[in-house]
Design a protein around this ligand. Structure first.
Ligand code: C2O
Ligand code: CU
Ligand code: CU
Length: 673
């Protein structure tokens, strides 16, 4: 069997004889439901710019190796993103605080096109952490591009205002690449946020916390590869804590209110953060954007990849006063924490990681609004699995870090219990209470969704320290990463985004992720009407009734057995929001069970697909409530009986790519006898 790349190449150089199906009588029967097998493919052609996609902002982002002055003395070799704005708002891309860290600024609703050029000595991909994307734009390792190649990311920013970020996500190399400097912020604003008039411009300051170890010649020291598993399992914790890429970070602040976007971008370390002058942390946002109302914490506990936005009013403090952000960092092994230990150790080690000196200038300060945002509807009552949460067991055994006993392996592999339905609401439970093996905290991340933390169920005999760590969590917010302490079970509530496709969930200790503590899950397109495939009984046609989809592609899990010379009718009901728009009805037929793809053209004839675009079956000037069409238009005469996979869907706007229809659609298996 050809893999997908070979297949795509083969298609462009060979002609595939068109099979045809003739009109004739009659019956067809639906047999049992089946789950589609994942397709084999290693590398997928990089995405290129889509002609119909009109970006508001177009960027170029190059990943490359550079030498920079990070510490006094010798320069350090870093891997970094550098970029330029090709089109649109020039402030869309900047550099954080004179560092090597890029910041992308976007407004909700904007369309982005980002040309990612890989000039690293190895393959890479960019994942837009926290942003909701179609599969092909999500930076999954299956889309990694080699040195010298370019991948064009195109997406509309649909997220609410918040602190999101981006980083590489190649298989087994994420830890290495992020550690060496590749990560950036992706800040989104929206109308609601603008109305609040929160501190902005220079008063909106991200503080990225990362630990790193340098050798005597100022070069970064990381774990050697291939991984000695027992070492990697501990997670890499560095000796120096950098803020915005700098050691001993300090800066002058004005005496007014600031929004500080705290972000733990370390590979594995956890932090406890608090103010040196004893005031509480006023939290206004988390991973998924602004809270509904501000909350107070004496200190914050932050796991890798977590973001917490805080607000602070410095106007009442005297000029010249030193205000520091104190941090206690600890390894996810929590090795210094035992059931008998008191919490003392946690605060004893606190050290200033960022020092602020207050200016004499005092500026008028706007009070923090009591209502910050309204969360999108997400209600426990809507959960479809209240009595049996989707459980993910976190375990560490014999050099393996596992999710439900499994590791990440084949790029697009997922199992039946990793299939979900777009638009549905579910409870997930991360259970870190596996009785055997080593215990660590695991910050669990799910791509393409945000969730609410419903409940934390602590393990038995939990240490006081663990309890203290828990007191610093901000579970009131929408999250895409949640720390799961040793022994703990954490329940979260989420609604799957409308984007169908393969997405990842994993531990965000990057060494764990690279060891395979990561899995795919498949979001099947939502069907408003349950999947149905009905068969014309007494008449001479088989009728495939397709449900309504919110993601353009139909997902069918039915099997249709039709006699040769059967006339097959299909009907598609576009979702309400798409009605009246121009659309394409697309039919892809794979006559040999997965390795050859043909599309049905306007004349009802089968044609080989070109490598990147799905042939359009028919373009509809205005999508109606329902479209009925004859699948093979009566022109086809199937002399060759066999098994066919049908992928049937419709698109609006620009998406016509083969990959999307293949990965996002469960084929309808048609057996012609
Ligand atoms: Cu920030 Cu899959 O990761
Ligand atoms: Cu992510
Ligand atoms: Cu982990």
């Amino acid at each position: 069997m050809l893999n997908r790349r070979e297949f795509l190449q083969a298609l462009s150089t060979s002609t595939v004889a068109a099979s045809t199906l003739a009109v004739s009588a009659l019956s067809a029967a639906i047999s049992s439901l089946s789950v589609a097998q994942s397709m084999t493919h290693n590398m997928i052609a990089p995405a290129t710019a889509t002609p119909g996609f009109v970006p508001d902002v177009e960027l170029e982002l190059t990943a490359r190796v550079e030498s920079l002055a990070l510490l006094p003395g010798q320069t350090s070799q870093l891997w970094r993103y550098v970029g330029t704005v090709l089109f649109g708002d020039a402030s869309a891309l900047s550099v954080l605080d004179n560092s090597h860290i890029p910041v992308i600024r976007a407004r909700q609703g904007q369309k982005f096109r980002i040309h990612f050029r890989n000039q690293l000595p190895e393959e890479s991909t960019i994942h837009w952490h926290g942003l909701h994307m179609v599969q092909r734009m999500d930076g999954h390792p299956m889309y990694a591009i080699p040195n010298g190649a370019t991948y064009v990311y195109e997406f509309t920013v649909t997220n609410r205002a918040g602190t999101y970020w981006f980083h590489p996500h190649p298989h087994e190399r994420t830890g290495h690449q992020v550690y060496h400097g590749l990560s950036g912020l992706f800040l989104v604003s929206d109308e609601n946020e603008q109305q609040l008039q929160l501190p902005s411009g220079e008063f909106d300051l991200p503080l990225i916390v990362q630990d790193r170890t340098f050798d005597a010649s100022n070069q970064l020291v990381y774990l050697p590869g291939p991984p000695p598993r027992n070492v990697w399992m501990q997670g890499f914790t560095g000796q120096a804590v950098l803020v915005n890429g700098k050691q001993a970070y300090s800066r002058t602040l004005k005496r007014t209110a600031y929004r500080l976007r705290l972000f733990n971008a370390s590979n594995a370390s956890n932090y406890i953060l608090r103010w040196s002058h004893g005031v509480d942390m006023t939290v206004i946002g988390t991973d998924g954007g602004l809270l509904e109302t501000p909350v107070q914490r004496a200190y914050l506990s932050m796991a890798p990849a977590e973001r917490i936005d805080v607000w602070i009013d410095l106007s009442q403090l005297p000029a010249g006063q030193d205000v520091s952000l104190l941090a206690e960092s600890f390894s996810p092994a929590l090795s210094n924490i035992t059931a008998t230990q008191t919490g003392a150790a946690l605060v004893q080690g606190a050290r200033p990681i960022a020092r602020f000196v207050l200016d004499s200038e005092q500026l008028p300060t706007k009070a923090l609004p009591p209502q910050l945002s309204v969360f999108p509807p997400l209600s426990l009552a809507d959960a479809i699995n209240t009595s049996h949460p989707r459980t993910v067991l976190l375990s560490m055994m014999q050099g393996q870090v596992l999710l439900n006993g499994r590791v990440f392996g084949v790029m697009d592999e997922y199992t039946e219990d990793e299939i979900v339905r777009a638009g549905t609401t579910e409870i997930w439970e991360f259970a870190n209470n596996v009785a055997t093996g080593m215990q660590m905290s695991h910050p669990m991340h799910i791509h393409n969704v945000h969730f609410k933390v419903l409940e934390r169920i602590p393990g038995a005999n939990e240490s006081i320290t663990a309890q203290q760590i828990r007191a610093g969590f901000v579970d009131e917010g929408l999250k895409d990463v949640v720390q799961v302490l040793p022994g703990e079970r954490v329940r979260v509530l989420l609604t799957y985004e409308p984007h169908a496709g393969i997405y990842l969930y994993h531990c965000h200790i990057l060494e764990h992720e690279d060891l395979g503590m990561m899995r795919n899950f498949m979001i099947r397109a939502a069907l408003v009407n349950k999947t149905v495939a009905t068969v014309g009984g007494a008449t001479s046609s088989a009728r495939i009734e397709l449900g309504t989809s919110v993601d353009n592609w139909m997902s069918l899990t039915a099997e249709l057995v039709a006699p040769a010379h059967c006339h097959i009718m299909a009907a598609i009901q576009p979702e309400a929001a798409h009605r009246g728009r121009r659309g394409n009805i697309i039919v892809v037929v794979s006559p040999d069970g997965g390795t050859t793809l043909l599309a049905v053209n306007n004349l009802g004839q089968l044609q080989p697909l070109d490598s990147n675009n799905v042939q359009v079956f028919t373009t509809v000037g205005s999508l109606a409530e329902r479209h009925e069409f004859s699948l093979f238009n009566g022109l086809m005469d199937v002399a060759d009986k066999g098994i066919y996979d049908l992928f049937i869907g419709y698109t609006v706007d620009d998406s016509r790519r083969v990959d999307e229809i293949i990965y996002n659609t469960t084929p309808l298996r048609l057996t012609v006898r």
